[in-house]
Design a protein around this ligand. Structure first.
Ligand code: SAH
Length: 280
């Protein structure tokens, strides 16, 4: 049955070797914007993994873990471009400039970002800058925390019995405050499930805005911290009690927040950390 696979990837009884496969060429002077996935190193795509082995320069974010970096080409130059809320960090313009300079120097540049590069990750901005400079780029999607991270907590982001739509929301804008451009009344009623990134700092005021705009205060709210990592932890509450939760200082970050009924499936589906059958 898998004969065609063997023919394509080389005749071997062993697991298909990546270097024998036909990935697109990583051309010198180009940039790959790669999603690293939410944390666990196995959650990067095969194409992203292949790129890590090929790259000359790797510019990586704070959310990318050491286990994944250890899979990179050992001769690659590793450049940290971490940006974590509240701490001094390189300016976005400097990061973009680094990508451009290394590409211009003929390097294969891999920009490694947590989750998916196009989901609240400024992948679009960086791609626009590269396009402006006529530098070739490829986007390698990743598993976003708001989907894959929730799955590790036993929370399906959609479920036929609960929701036919999802909203992805960021908990702060470029100025660091609660996003002003969000239409809260629309957001509060448009979908049964709201997944919030970067929302811990303003969780109390976001929850208040949602309730003021018509969302039920009884709605479930779950916070998944360090999703997909061994340190993963989950706390559950209601929208009404979100500010009490937010006042606690011990919610580890990064954390993804999900509002809506889907977190109830966790009682049964918590395969990663829950109970004696947990796979960890
Ligand atoms: N591009 C990323 C999101 C970057 S914004 C993605 O697609 O996942 C950073 C936010 O992502 C964090 O504030 C947090 O809300 C979320 N996040 C990223 N990794 C996470 C993880 N392992 N666990 C929980 N939340 C995570």
């Amino acid at each position: 049955m898998f004969g065609w696979l063997r023919r394509k990837f080389g005749k071997t009884d062993r697991f298909a070797r990546l270097d024998a496969t036909q990935f697109p060429r990583f051309a010198p002077g180009t940039v790959w914007l790669v999603g690293a996935g939410p944390g666990a190193p196995g959650l990067i795509s095969l194409l992203g993994y292949y790129g890590l082995g090929e790259a000359d320069t790797i510019v990586y974010d704070a959310l990318v873990g050491p286990d994944l970096l250890a899979m990179a080409n050992p001769r690659a130059e590793m450049i940290y471009a971490g940006k974590r809320g509240g701490k001094p960090s390189p300016k976005q313009a400097d990061i973009t400039l680094t990508l451009i300079e290394h590409a211009r120097a003929g390097k294969k540049v891999l920009r490694l970002k947590g989750g998916d590069p196009m989901m609240f990750g400024r992948g679009g901005e960086e791609a626009l800058a590269l396009a402006r400079e006529s530098i070739g780029f490829r986007i390698v999607p990743g598993i976003t925390a708001g989907v894959g991270g929730l799955a590790y907590a036993g929370i399906p982001v959609t479920h036929r019995d609960t929701n036919h739509a999802v909203i992805f929301l960021t908990g702060h804008d470029e100025k660091g405050g609660v996003p002003q451009a969000v239409d809260w009344p629309a957001v509060s009623t448009a979908a049964p499930v709201i997944v919030m990134y970067m929302a811990i700092k303003h969780l109390g005021s976001i929850a208040e805005k949602l309730v003021a705009a018509g969302r039920s205060p009884e709605d479930r709210l779950a916070v998944v911290s360090n999703a997909t990592l061994p340190s993963q932890s989950v706390v559950e509450t209601t929208l009404a009690d979100a500010s009490t939760l937010a006042a606690r200082t011990d919610i580890p970050t990064p954390a993804i927040v999900v509002v809506g009924p889907v977190s109830r499936y966790r009682q049964t589906l918590d395969w990663y950390t829950g109970g004696e059958n947990a796979l960890g």
